[in-house]
Structures are given as structure tokens and as C-alpha cells.
Design a protein around this ligand. Structure first.
Ligand code: OGA
Ligand code: NI
Length: 367
């Protein structure tokens, strides 16, 4: 309890959580002001107002010739583009990736349909404990850990390494989630091959290291926010895993940090956003960058929908230690990160709000 104002934040958080209505429920109820626990401190809000006017978009990479031909010269050019994007932006938008637009549309439509249901229907999927495996619907994964809540709800499903029990998925998006996981994993495989080649590794190295196996699919909904200047859609963060594949509808809001600027990611029809996670930065010994990104609270009446698949670390080494790949190290290029354990990785991710320091900072070797 805040003694000065009589504001009991914990009570309000609990009431919101127990209502299981999510921010979509709040938005649909027609509220005109947001609950106080969503309001971010002035410093954060001031920073959110600073978006770049000069830079227009993250790099766009056309994968058509990779998918359809064996032209090795051209492949080298694409490898260069992917490498450059992963080194300097940590992000790019893939077009002509081989997944039909109809599949992208059906996926977005199905996730939107899930979130558009009355909250009583969604409530039976609502959970707070974030266990590895299974399906959960929640609002703000880090509701009780973060300093301020963000204006989004999410449906999350572990698609691997243990096969998901398909019947656990909400029927309204079941087939689409399964189909999307398959398509997105194919794109991820192509991208991982290009990333490997960019590091001078065998194209199949990441697949061999099981980086395609531990997948978490999250269907986010950013409903209309009546006071978008007081809160955020997602707090600034980096993704913990290897890579993330993100599909979004046409409602903007995603921003990527580039140098000192926040760049708006313009939704490109048919495009898929790919970004490097902390784990990729570490194993690539800093070659590829895991970059901060965030989402603005949605001021449009239409919900913003995004579907992300996080490709996480799975079993890799018997002793459970992870670190820069030995193949990439030499006397000229010594390891800049120490090894870490799976336990450290998981604790760092789940033990904090998403805005806290990433594992990368903790394991950097100081010299
Ligand atoms: C995330 C994320 C961005 C988006 O879930 O990690 O950054 O556009 N999402 O939903
Ligand atoms: Ni993210």
C-alpha cells in the first residue's frame, strides 16, 4: 500500500489478473482511462516519444532466389546481406520467403479471432505460472515482476522440443497455429543456414545443434488503448533465444533501436521480421547483435496482432554449458563471453521483468 495516496497497487494487479479479462477485456469495456499500474514513469514515456524521422525501415531481404534456385553467386550475395543486417541491425524483414500470403493471412486472422472472443471464453486458457511446455493465455507474462504493465495480451504455446498436444490449443486457431509453426520453422531453417554461412560455418550447423527444436509461439494482441501516451505495448527488451520470426498485421507499433535512434518498423505486406536473440549474439561471439526493440501502445481502433516464434536453445552440449562456438574463436578473436549454464539462462529470463539487463551483460568478459 502506498501510504501517501492510499493506492494499493498489488490489490489492483491481483484484481486485474483474477478477472482474466486481459487488456482486450479492458479495452472492450469502453474504459477511457487506463488503470494506474499500466502507467509508465515519465522517463520511459519521454523516451517512447522519441522515434526516428530520418531512418525509415529495417533492411528488407528478398529470399526468392534462395528458395527457387541453386545460383551460388547469388546465394553469396544474400548471405552477405543477412550477415550485414544481423551485424548492424540485428533485424531484417524477409520477403519472398516461400510462405504463401494466404497462410500468413490465415494465421493472423486465427490469432485475432482467438483474442476477439468474449473473455469468458478465453478465461479457461488463462494462466499465470509460466511453465516450460503447454499452452497458456495471459496478459503480461511479467505482470507481478515488471515495474509497470504493458498494453498487450498473449496466447503462448510450446511447439517443441516435446511435441505439443494439439488438442490443448484453442480450437479457434488450432489448425492455423500448427500450420504456421511448420511454415515459420522452414523459413527459420533457411535463415539459420544463411546466418551459419555468414559466420563461415557449415550451413546445417545450427540445425545440428538443435536450434530449430525448442520453439515457443506467441500470438500477441495489442488492443486499442485509450491513453496510448501513458503506457507501452511492450517494454523495450531483447529476445533471449537464437532467432525470432515475427509475423504482424498492418497496424504499426514495433520499433527497433538503431544506434541512438528508435526506428519504426513499417509492416510490409507478405514480410516476415527476423531478429537475432541474446543467445545468437553470445554463440557468434558478438558477430550478430541482439538488439533492443519495443512496441508502442496501440492508438488505432483496430487491434495490432503479431505472432512470434522464438527459437530457443535446446539440448546441445551434454554438460549443459553454453558459450561462444569454439569454431569461431582464435588467438585474434578470443571469446568475449564466458560460458554459462541453462539454469543461469532460465533464471535470468524468468526471474525478472523483461526490461532488466540481459544475460549478455552478465557474462561479458571484462578486460
Ligand atoms: C516479443 C516482441 C514484438 C511484437 O514478443 O518479444 O518483441 O511486435 N514482440 O509483438
Ligand atoms: Ni521481442
Amino acid at each position: 500500500m502506498d501510504a501517501n495516496s492510499g493506492y494499493d497497487r498489488m490489490k489492483e494487479l491481483k484484481e486485474f489478473d483474477e478477472s482474466k479479462m486481459g487488456v482486450k477485456g479492458l479495452s472492450d469495456s469502453g474504459i477511457t482511462s487506463i488503470p494506474r499500474f499500466f502507467v509508465h514513469p515519465p522517463e520511459t514515456l519521454a523516451d517512447f516519444k522519441k522515434s526516428s524521422s530520418t531512418c525509415t525501415n529495417i533492411p528488407i531481404i528478398d529470399l526468392s532466389s534462395i528458395i527457387n534456385s541453386k545460383d551460388t553467386d547469388h546465394r553469396l550475395k544474400i548471405v552477405e546481406q543477412v550477415k550485414e543486417a544481423a551485424k548492424t541491425w540485428g533485424f531484417f524483414q524477409a520477403i519472398n520467403h516461400g510462405v504463401p500470403i494466404s497462410v500468413l493471412d490465415e494465421t493472423i486472422h486465427a490469432i485475432k479471432a482467438f483474442h476477439d472472443q468474449p473473455h469468458e471464453v478465453k478465461a479457461k486458457f488463462y494462466k499465470r505460472e509460466n511453465e516450460i511446455g503447454g499452452v497458456m493465455y495471459t496478459s503480461n507474462n511479467d505482470l507481478y515482476r515488471a515495474k509497470s504493465a504493458a498494453w498487450h495480451d498473449s496466447l503462448q504455446a510450446w511447439m517443441g522440443p516435446e511435441p505439443l498436444k494439439v488438442a490443448d490449443l484453442p480450437r479457434i486457431c488450432r489448425n492455423e497455429v500448427v500450420a504456421w509453426d511448420k511454415s515459420a520453422t522452414e523459413v527459420a531453417e533457411t535463415v539459420m543456414e544463411l546466418l551459419c554461412e555468414g559466420l563461415g560455418l557449415e550451413a546445417g550447423k545450427f540445425k545440428e545443434l538443435t536450434f530449430l527444436d525448442a520453439r515457443v509461439l506467441v500470438g500477441h494482441c495489442y488492443p486499442y488503448c485509450p491513453q496510448p501516451d501513458l503506457t507501452v505495448g511492450i517494454t523495450s527488451h531483447t529476445d533471449p533465444g537464437v532467432i525470432t520470426v515475427l509475423l504482424q498485421n498492418h497496424v504499426p507499433g514495433l520499433q527497433v533501436k538503431h544506434g541512438d535512434e528508435w526506428v519504426n518498423v513499417k509492416p510490409v505486406p507478405g514480410g516476415l521480421i527476423i531478429n537475432a536473440g541474446d543467445f545468437l549474439q553470445i554463440i557468434s561471439n558478438g558477430e550478430y547483435k541482439s538488439v533492443q526493440h519495443r512496441v508502442l501502445a496501440n492508438s488505432s481502433k483496430e487491434s495490432r496482432i503479431s505472432i512470434v516464434i522464438f527459437f530457443n536453445l535446446s539440448k546441445w552440449k551434454e554438460d549443459g554449458y553454453y558459450g561462444p562456438l569454439p569454431e569461431l574463436l582464435s588467438p585474434e578473436k578470443p571469446a568475449i563471453y564466458r560460458n554459462f549454464t541453462t539454469q543461469e539462462y532460465i533464471e535470468n529470463f524468468y526471474g525478472k521483468g523483461i526490461d532488466t539487463k540481459s544475460l549478455i551483460e552478465k557474462i561479458k568478459i571484462q578486460n
